[in-house]
Design a protein around this ligand. Sequence first.
Ligand code: GTP
Ligand code: MG
Length: 324
Amino acid sequence: MTEILLEDLPGVGPATAEKLKDAGFNTIEAVAVASPAELANTAEIGESTAAKIINAARQAADIGGFETGDMVLERRKLVGKLSTGCVEFDEMMGGGIESQSITEMYGEFGSGKTQVAHQLAVNVQLPREKGGSNGSVIMIDTENTFRPERIKQMVQGISERHGIEYDHDEFLKNIHVARAYNSNHQILLVDSAMELANELKDTDKPVRLMIVDSLTAHFRAEYVGRGTLADRQQKLNKHLHGLQRFGDLYNSAVVVTNQVMSKPDAFFGDPTRPIGGHILGHTATFRLYLRKSKGDKRIIRLVDSPNLPDGEAIVSVTTDGLVD
Ligand code: GTP
Ligand code: MG
């Protein structure tokens, strides 16, 4: 299969292609999902030209139009389940973390969101018969909490549990980490991720997992005060749609984290609320609420899913990783 380049799109000459790339639109997929205004502004072209280019990119990338039910069914047939390595957790998820879906993990500080993310970054690389997706992972790290040392320990743990000597250096090589310095940068990194996923698509380690840890921290820090909430919501929605598209295009699971603050003074309802309200409520497909329990135990509750009953699973966060 020959890759379609920006230059191949009607209306895009070498100069425009250069401008698009400079603005971060490196692939036809990135162009296909842009809005005309956005493209016009960043690439300094007219809005009607931008709209034409976007249409051409959509056709070339085969996205953006309607899908018939049988097409959706075909795509859904590819859905993979990534094992968490924990029996109860997997069962609650109907087998594991689904590809082509966004799974949100929310919980207080220290509830284990980053630990689960690290464990999934390891598990996704395992062969299918070991519950993995034989893939690589892209991690957008907004809080500088990625720790290669933890990956090593977790690979060691899995080696012991599986009785197979896995090489932790190989695992580290298949984790592509990018620091996001602010919310705009974070959004742009999804485009870079598409580019990378494109490059890895036909290799023996295609991208099968995208992690954004934390999805919301930058947005919270940058958008404070009532007047800016709508702006924040709009930006976050756009980001989430970009992530959903990433999952669909590359048959990848998408896992995002969201911190919440405990409110022990709340008498009614859930004492734990996301700091900025339920900003993700309707966009994430699966929502997992993580809670600390005794010692290294964590309670993970499935609170929202399109096709699974709500439920709870207990896991342990140990030096060797996430275990039953
Ligand atoms: P925030 O990002 O602050 O919202 O928290 P989080 O939900 O991401 O928490 P995280 O996953 O970082 O969990 C931190 C907790 O995991 C620690 O308090 C420890 O209990 C546990 N943990 C982290 N590393 C290790 C380790 O190497 N060994 C063991 N046994 N536990 C660990
Ligand atoms: Mg964390």
